[in-house]
Design a protein around this ligand. Sequence first.
Ligand code: SF4
Length: 367
Amino acid sequence: CGACVTFCPTTAMREKREIPKLLHAFSVGKIVAIQFAPAVRVSLAELFGKPVGTICTGKMISAARKMGFRYVFDTTFGADLTVYEEANEFLTREKRPMFTSCCPGFVNFIERYHPDLIPYLTTTKSPMAITGAVIKNHFAMKMCLKNIFVVFVGPCTAKKDEICRHQIMNDVDCALTTREFGEMIENYEIDWDSLNDKEEFDTVAGEGWTVEFGASGGVATGVMKYLCAKYNVPYEVVFENVPLMTGLKETTITIDGKELKFAICSGISTAANLIDTELYLTYDFIEVMSCPLGCVNGGGQPKISKYAQIHNRSKAIRNIFKNANKTVLDNSAMEYVYTDYLGDPGVGLAHKLLHTSFQERKVENKK
Ligand code: SF4
C-alpha cells in the first residue's frame, strides 16, 4: 500500500467508504459530475487483470458514463490551473522555500507537527479542489446548472480527509479511491473488455495537459517549465526519476539573474528529514509527495508490492503526457478560462476560487 496509509496522520487512512453517499446523490436525482485524478488512468485496469501501467483513460470515462454520471472531467485541467497559480504565487512571495500543498498527507503533517511552517505552504489549492471549484462555478454558470454534485476519483485515501476541510468543503462532495471506483464497475456489472477505449472527457474550457502530477516531480516540473518559458530560459528535464533510497532530487535554474534551487521529496520521511535538519531553508521551492514515487503509489490504488511495478505506472503517465515540450502557457484552454472568467492569476476571483488557507490542527491521542 502507499505511504499515505503508513505516514498520513489522518483518520482517512481507515479508508472511509463513500460509495453510499454517491448512490444517495444518484437516488435523489442530483446532477452528478465526476473528475478523475491523473494517476487513476494508469492503474484502474489492473483491477481487471491487465498489466501494471496499462493506460485506460477511454474505458475509465466510458464506465463512468454507463453508471450515469452526467459529466466526466479530467482533474488534469485543475493541475494546469494549479501550475499557473503556483508559479505566479512563487514569483511574488517573500517567504521561501515555497512548499507544495497539493498532497493532503503533507499538509496534515505540517498542520499537526510543524504549524510554524504553515506560512511556507503555497496557498494554491490542489488540482482536485480547483477542478471542483471551476465545475461548480464557471461550468455550472455556463450550463445553467444548480446544485451539481461533484465526485473525485483518485489514488489517495487522504483526499477523503481533504474534502472535509472547511476551507474547501464546497468544492468536492465525495472522494472515492481507484479501488472503490473499480468496485463500482463490478457492482454495476459492467464488462471491462467491452468498454470503449476511445471515449473522451467533457471539458470546462478545453483539455488539461499536466497529467505528470500523478508521479513524483510533476508539480515542480510544471512550475519550472512555466518559469523557464516566461523568462525565456532553456528547460532541461530533471525530475523524471527520483532516487528511491534518498527520495530527494534537486536542481537549480537561473531566472532574471537569480539562482533558484528546486527540490522534490518523494516520501514524507524525506521531507521530515529536510525539516528536522533545517536543510529546507536552503531551497526556494520544494515539492513534497507523501507516498514514495508520488500518487501512482497512493494508498487507494490497486495493491502491488514491488517498486519496479510502480515505476511502470510512472512511465505510463509520462507516455500520456503528449505536450512534454510545452508549458501550460501554451495551453489555449488556460488563456480562455482566465480571459473569459477568472481574470488575472492570484487576485480577485482567481484568488477567491483557487486559493485556500491552513491552520494548526491538534494531534489526537489515540487510545
Ligand atoms: Fe495522496 Fe498522492 Fe499525497 Fe500519496 S502522494 S498522500 S496519493 S496526494
